[in-house]
Write a protein that binds this ligand. Structure first.
Ligand code: DX5
Ligand code: ZN
Length: 222
């Protein structure tokens, strides 16, 4: 059992004040900084290249949790590690040779995660689970912040938690999309231990206080 982790998503931050936003996270109770990388192919939006992530890393005093929503992510693993990623998560749906991509990331000495889209079964992870540091369950269709939480995610989290417990693994389970203070606790109870939140943190008048409230939810989680 561990205290759950909170990863504010930079996608929802004020990018014109990116340094100040990162300093706010540094001064908060947040655990990680979530960075959404999009390529305009895997998802219909384009965001942060390695140079931007490197600029964030200069100010960040917390691990950069880099979520690659890009096709053939193996092409950019080294660039995002050089930029300062501590955790690299790739999408199962974007990799032909997922096992080799995960090995490539871990061999370079950082943590590796696999993310699945809302329509992908958690059972698809069965043969890769033991190689992972983290699974990221998408609770919206990836591409944009501010979308509505997909309720079915709760059942997926429960099933994944069972799979992890049955195998006696120590994998982190992160959930991302449409998460706010109002629906966070059921997610933790269903099996998540890392919550990503974008608009529900940066869209509030006092993000520091919102992060504090996210951390104060429940007690211990998985
Ligand atoms: C969506 C991204 C999310 C996004 C979440 O593709 O992976 O990390 O920032 O934003 P909210 O919390 O606003 O749903
Ligand atoms: Zn994300």
């Amino acid at each position: 059992m561990m205290k759950h982790l909170i990863a504010p998503s930079m996608l929802a931050s004020d990018l014109g004040r990116i340094n100040e936003e990162i300093v706010m996270i540094n001064n908060s109770e947040a655990d990680w900084i979530h960075v959404d990388v999009m390529d305009g192919h895997f998802v219909p939006n384009i965001t942060f290249g390695p140079n931007i992530v490197e600029a964030m890393a200069k100010f960040a005093q917390k691990p950069l949790d880099v979520h690659l929503m890009i096709e053939k992510p193996e092409r950019y693993v080294q660039s995002y590690i050089n930029a300062g990623a501590s955790i690299l998560t790739v999408h199962l749906e974007a990799c032909t040779h997922l096992h080799s991509v995960i090995s490539m990331i871990r061999d370079k000495g950082i943590k590796a995660g696999v993310s699945i889209n809302p329509h992908t079964h958690v059972e698809s992870l069965e043969d890769i689970l033991e190689e992972l540091d983290m699974v990221l369950i998408m609770s919206v269709n990836p591409g944009f912040g501010g979308q509505k939480f997909i309720h079915r995610t709760l059942a997926k989290l429960r099933r994944l938690r069972e799979m992890v417990t049955e195998r006696n693994l120590q994998i982190l389970i992160e959930v991302d999309g449409g998460i706010g203070l109002q629906n966070a606790q059921p997610l933790l109870m269903a099996g998540a231990n890392v919550l990503v939140a974008g608009s529900s943190i940066f869209g509030t008048p006092d993000p520091l206080d919102t992060i504090r409230k996210f951390k104060a939810i429940g007690s211990d989680s998985w």
